[in-house]
Unconditional design. Structure first.
Length: 160
C-alpha cells in the first residue's frame, strides 16, 4: 500500500498536474490583486455608480418612509409624486396636503438623475405593489421628450 507522500510525489511527477497547479495559483493571484484594487478604489470613493444613473441608493429609504407615513395616516387619500430632479425639487408635499385641507397624505418619491424608462419600472414594480397609492403624479418635462424615437424604442425594449 502506498503512503500519502508516495501518492503526492506521483501526482506531481505528471507535467499536466504541474501546469494545472501553476494556472490555479496564477488565477488566484490575479483575482486577489483585482479584488484588492477594487477595494482600494471603493475606499477612496472612486468606485461609485455614475451620477447619470440617479441616486438609486435612496430608493429603499424613501419607499420605507412613504409606507410608514401612509400607515400612520389610514383613511387619507394617498398621493405619490415621482419624477427626476425637477420633480424632486418642484413639489412640496406639504402644500398639496394643505391645498386639499389635509384630507390627503402626499409623499415625493422623485429621484434625481432618473429617466422615464426607469421611472416607469419604478411605478410598476415598486410604488404600486408596495404603497397602493390612490393617485400618482408623474412629473415630466420637455427634456424627457427630446430623445430620438429609435433610441427611445430601444431603451423601452431594454426595460420591459
Amino acid at each position: 500500500m502506498m503512503s500519502r507522500m508516495q501518492r503526492f510525489r506521483i501526482f506531481f511527477k505528471d507535467k499536466s498536474h504541474q501546469n494545472w497547479i501553476k494556472s490555479l495559483i496564477l488565477f488566484g493571484i490575479l483575482f486577489f490583486s483585482i479584488d484588492s484594487c477594487m477595494n482600494i478604489l471603493d475606499a477612496l470613493g472612486m468606485m461609485g455608480e455614475p451620477y447619470d444613473w440617479g441616486n438609486r441608493l435612496l430608493i429603499p429609504a424613501k419607499v420605507n418612509q412613504a409606507r410608514d407615513l401612509f400607515l400612520q395616516n389610514p383613511g387619507k387619500f394617498r398621493i405619490v409624486h415621482i419624477g427626476d430632479s425637477r420633480g424632486e425639487t418642484n413639489l412640496d408635499p406639504f402644500y398639496v396636503d394643505e391645498y386639499f385641507s389635509n384630507t390627503t397624505i402626499t409623499y415625493n418619491l422623485a429621484i434625481s438623475g432618473t429617466e422615464n424608462q426607469f421611472q416607469s419600472l419604478y411605478i410598476k414594480h415598486v410604488i404600486i405593489p408596495r404603497l397602493h397609492p390612490n393617485l400618482i403624479i408623474w412629473d415630466v418635462n420637455n427634456v424627457d421628450f427630446d430623445n430620438d424615437v429609435e433610441e427611445l424604442r430601444q431603451r423601452t425594449e431594454m426595460y420591459t
